[in-house]
Structure formats: structure tokens, C-alpha cells
Design a protein around this ligand. Structure first.
Ligand code: ADP
Length: 160
């Protein structure tokens, strides 16, 4: 069984992420979405909330599980028996960092390879930070995030 890990902050999950998730499920038997707990970035949603949002967004897609992790990604991959790391590439600006990350991870664990899926043109511009920015001003985020999580994002800003 081929197991893949799709790691990220997912703060919150966007339609761009969901597109990568759906395409990645065709490449592996099980896709474990790994929500990074101890990101240096200050997150809007807690790791547990981000896991819940992803679970809601991926309900009905088979072959997907969602978990949070901290520490080294290659260690998490080893624990889950994963041989593939999935990352999305949006623009050339993503490339340098992603290349360094992939090469480092391969050095740390040669049994794991990173596979890059290029973003669909529809979502090339989309990022979690853009969604947060628009939502913080009460703007319309329905084109950017899964319908099942829209209200939760607005609620987060109302309760702050
Ligand atoms: P990170 O903080 O690790 O970059 P993100 O949650 O921002 O985590 O992104 C997780 C992964 O999803 C990364 O590989 C990123 O390049 C990819 N990604 C983010 N937004 C998009 C998008 N709109 N289309 C395709 N891939 C994306």
C-alpha cells in the first residue's frame, strides 16, 4: 500500500489545497493530511481546529485521513509508513524553498520522495493568508474555501 503525506499549515484549508488533495488521492492508496502544530507562523486556528476544518472539507473523499503532527516531517512519514510527500507548487516563488525542503527531507530519509503537483490555474493566486485577509474585513470568501467551512471562518473573526 502506497501511503502519502500532504503536510502544511492549512490555516485554513482553501479550494487550492482541496484540489491538490483530490488529485493526490489518485496517486496514493492513502493520503494522510498532516497539519503542522508548531509552525513558526502565528496561526489563526489551533491545530485541532485546522484538523476539524480539513475533516469537514474532505468528508466524502475516500482514502484520506487528517492528523496533526509536530517535529520532523520525515519522522512523521516514517511513523506512518509513508513513501511520498506531496506538495503543491503555485509559482516560481514557491520553487526555491520547496526544492531546499525536498532535498533536505530526502537526505534525512532517503526512503521518502517529494512529489510536486502544480496548482490548477483556477487557484494559482490563492493562499490561506489571502483568505484570512478578506475574511477579516468581512469580504466574500465563497470562491476560495470549501462551502462547509465558510461560516466557521467568519465566526472566528467575530469572536476575536
Ligand atoms: P505551508 O505553511 O507548509 O506552506 P500551506 O498550508 O500554506 O502550508 O500549504 C500547504 C501546501 O499546499 C504547500 O505545498 C503549498 O504550496 C500548497 N498550496 C497552498 N495553496 C495552494 C494553491 N492555491 N494551489 C496549490 N497548492 C497550494
Amino acid at each position: 500500500m502506497r501511503i502519502g503525506i500532504y503536510p502544511g499549515s492549512f490555516d485554513p484549508v482553501t479550494l487550492g489545497h482541496l484540489d491538490i488533495i483530490m488529485r493526490a488521492t489518485r496517486l496514493v492508496d492513502l493520503l494522510v493530511i498532516g497539519v503542522l502544530k508548531n509552525s513558526s507562523k502565528k496561526a489563526l486556528f489551533s491545530a485541532q481546529e485546522r484538523v476539524e476544518l480539513l475533516e469537514r472539507a474532505t468528508k466524502g473523499i475516500s482514502g484520506v485521513t487528517v492528523e496533526s503532527y509536530d517535529g520532523l516531517l520525515v519522522e512523521f512519514a516514517r511513523e506512518r509508513g509513508a513513501s511520498v510527500l506531496v506538495r503543491g507548487l503555485r509559482a516560481v516563488t514557491d520553487f526555491e524553498y520547496e526544492l531546499q525542503l525536498a532535498q533536505t527531507n530526502h537526505k534525512l530519509n532517503p526512503f521518502v520522495d517529494t512529489v510536486f503537483l502544480t496548482t490548477s490555474v483556477d487557484y494559482a493566486y490563492l493562499s490561506s493568508s489571502i483568505v484570512r485577509e478578506i475574511a477579516s474585513y468581512g469580504g466574500d470568501i465563497s470562491q476560495f474555501v470549501p462551502a462547509a467551512i465558510i461560516d466557521t471562518i467568519y465566526e472566528k473573526y467575530q469572536n476575536r
